[in-house]
Ligand binder design. Sequence first.
Ligand SMILES: *Cc1c(COP(=O)(O)O)cnc(C)c1O
Length: 370
Amino acid sequence: MIPVLDLKREYQELKDEIDAAVSRVLASGGFVGGAEVEALEGELAAYLEVPHIITLGSGTDALFIALRAMGLGPGDEVITSPFTFIATIEAIQHVGATPVLVDIDPQTFNLDPQGLGAALTPRTRAILPVHLYGQAAPMQAIVEFAQAHRLSVLEDAAQAIGARYCSQGAGPAWQRVGTIGMAGAFSLYPTKNLGAYGDAGFIATRSPAIAEESRLIASHGQAARYHHVRPAGYTSRLDALQAAILRVKLPHLEAWNARRRAIAHAYSEGLKGVVQTPYEAPYALHIFHQYTIRHPQRDRLAEHLKARGIGSSVHYPLPAHLQPAYRDLAPEGSLPEAERAAREVLSLPMHPFLEEAQLEAVLEAVRSFG
Ligand SMILES: *Cc1c(COP(=O)(O)O)cnc(C)c1O
């Protein structure tokens, strides 16, 4: 079986360093926050070229806490994509705000900025674009719309650590995604391109005010120990063990993302004219968290691959508004591109340790689908 992801293989590659890092933390007696976490925050800040990193318990917490730190609350509307992992929607609801869904661009699977105008109401306060599969959303159009209507922008960069975005025209060249809006929310869930060995996430921001507010919220609203300056505080912090493990992995991230890009390139060459391969927008440096093809007979193709020992997965089989819990967000048929994508997408095995022979086997199996 060729799995979609191989985390055992990754651990084998780094075993000595990771085991040493874990032993170091166990011997230190400090398990939440502390020196390892501070060091990781500094290293992530350098990697992402952003001044403030706030590590947290998960990517979902990063979304929720960033929205709260940005002042979003009941009565506010937040525009986002229906074609995402459900945490994007949950975070908006957790601050008491209302998600407003805008359909996706079928080429990139990201929020289509042409839909923003129709979604705008007097209650709109923010846009939450998702950099799906590791490819930047069209940030220039989103940020310009946000500026014109005085909206905040929070990026869901959970799948896109290390991806870059290049604004067309006058803006800065090739910024890291998650550092373009007011804040970016990242996940360090084990399956993400940089994964902890458990739940973890962080907020990146250029705003000292959002950074400070996020730290307050994530630690019981306390400014100093046992001095609580914000009501309804929360607890979401990174374990020292996870920080030490992530510090071993972070120096490999650029090479791992480059390897993913090389695999994606080989897949796309080998599948030209066979299936619809991913589109890399001219403004995006895609890091291929997922390599996702489209096929009108997606389920049959997945069965065909399985019978040949090739793993695959569907991200996502339902858009948010067709989930049983979220039927009230939008009627069926109103977001046709997201609905069609959910029927057609299939993600192929993609991780930095995929071998040439495995890659060839995947290509062979997809090509033999009649
Ligand atoms: C993984 C993911 C999240 C949530 O991150 P967790 O660390 O699992 O809480 C949010 N949004 C998207 C798009 C994701 O892929």
